[in-house]
Design a protein around this ligand. Structure first.
Ligand SMILES: Nc1ncnc2c1ncn2[C@@H]1O[C@H](COP(=O)(O)OP(=O)(O)OP(=O)(O)O)[C@@H](O)[C@H]1O
Ligand SMILES: [Mg+2]
Length: 291
């Protein structure tokens, strides 16, 4: 009788190889509050995981909505995004698994509330997150959920990122303040991160019964042209219910219109990625069991 050996037994699948490489980094940013950044970051990250990508969601907002929305209990955390930025904690050791296979979260803690003030006098204050993330990691994508400001924390996200996903709520003041965001992106490109670009603009909380939604969507498409994703995220109560169960909407109710829209958005994001990543650098892969 042949002795048992996991690698030679066809009934026992081998552990998938986890390769380390510099991940693609997408920052979900808009300094306006409540426009759907966190909902977009959580559900886009989940949809990318569902497609088979390994994804790390970085919660860079002291409010910690992405962490709680993914079921992380913030009170018992030993390390968090704060420790990665200030204490040289390693991303892999700090990342928490979620209920979604392949999706990890770098959780936010209450300490992040003081980060703005601490960053002011920190060495290489704009590059702290870049130094932690632009290294070989066992993820294909890092998605950063930014706070609602153009603060030093958001600046750290823009300096670390390859691309920005900008959620825009379909409401009257949607475009207000956007020129400020665009100018900030240009300044970051010139000074800190020449590879930064706008991946796309996603229209959120679209209500087809409301004429204003359609008018805002038209204005945004005139301003940003092809940068606006074809997928529009509808206003859908399931998207706002899901975080209270510690679940992404895509897991809470896969069939709801909001979840379907985010799955479609992830498809569009990956399609754009193909044309954007042709020249991205990759460190030769090696296996790791970490994270
Ligand atoms: N498409 C949607 N339909 C219905 N509710 C939504 C939708 N998108 C987001 N919401 C709800 O709107 C509120 C704001 O959304 P979210 O937290 O994602 O915005 P945010 O930009 O991250 O906010 P902040 O600026 O405070 O970080 C939340 O209660 C969320 O559940
Ligand atoms: Mg948020």
């Amino acid at each position: 009788m042949t002795p048992y050996s996991p690698s030679s037994d066809p009934a026992v699948p081998e552990k998938p190889m986890v390769t380390s490489k510099i991940p693609r980094i997408l920052a979900v940013a808009n300094q306006k509050g409540g426009v759907g950044k966190t909902t977009t970051a959580v559900n886009l990250a989940t949809a990318l995981s569902a497609i088979g990508k390994r994804v790390l969601l970085v919660d860079l907002d002291p409010q910690g909505n992405a962490s709680t929305g993914l079921g992380v209990k913030r009170a018992g955390l030993r390390t968090s995004t704060y420790d990665v930025i200030f204490e040289d904690a390693h991303v892999i050791d700090t990342a928490q698994p979620t209920k979604v296979p392949g999706l990890f979260v770098l959780p936010s803690s209450i300490h992040l509330s003081g980060a703005e003030i601490e960053l002011v006098s920190a060495r290489r204050r704009e590059y702290r997150l870049q130094e932690a993330l632009r290294t070989a990691l066992p993820y294909d994508y890092v998605v950063i959920d930014c706070p609602p400001s153009l603060s030093l924390l958001t600046l750290n996200a823009l300096v670390a990122a390859d691309s920005i996903v900008v959620p825009l709520q379909c409401e009257f003041f949607a475009l207000e303040g956007l020129s400020h965001l665009v100018k900030t992106i240009e300044r970051v490109q010139q000074t800190f991160n020449p590879r930064l670009n706008i991946h796309g603009v996603v229209l959120t909380m679209y209500d087809p019964r409301n004429r204003l939604s359609a008018m805002v969507a038209d204005d945004v498409r005139k301003y940003f042209g092809d940068k606006v994703y074809k997928t529009v995220i509808p206003r859908n109560v399931r998207l706002s219910e899901a975080p209270s169960y510690g679940l992404p909407a895509i897991v809470y109710d896969m069939r709801c219109p909001g979840a379907r829209a985010y799955i479609s958005l992830a498809g569009e994001v990956l399609k754009r990625e193909k044309s954007m990543t042709a020249s991205s650098s990759v460190i030769p892969p090696h296996t790791t069991e970490a994270a």
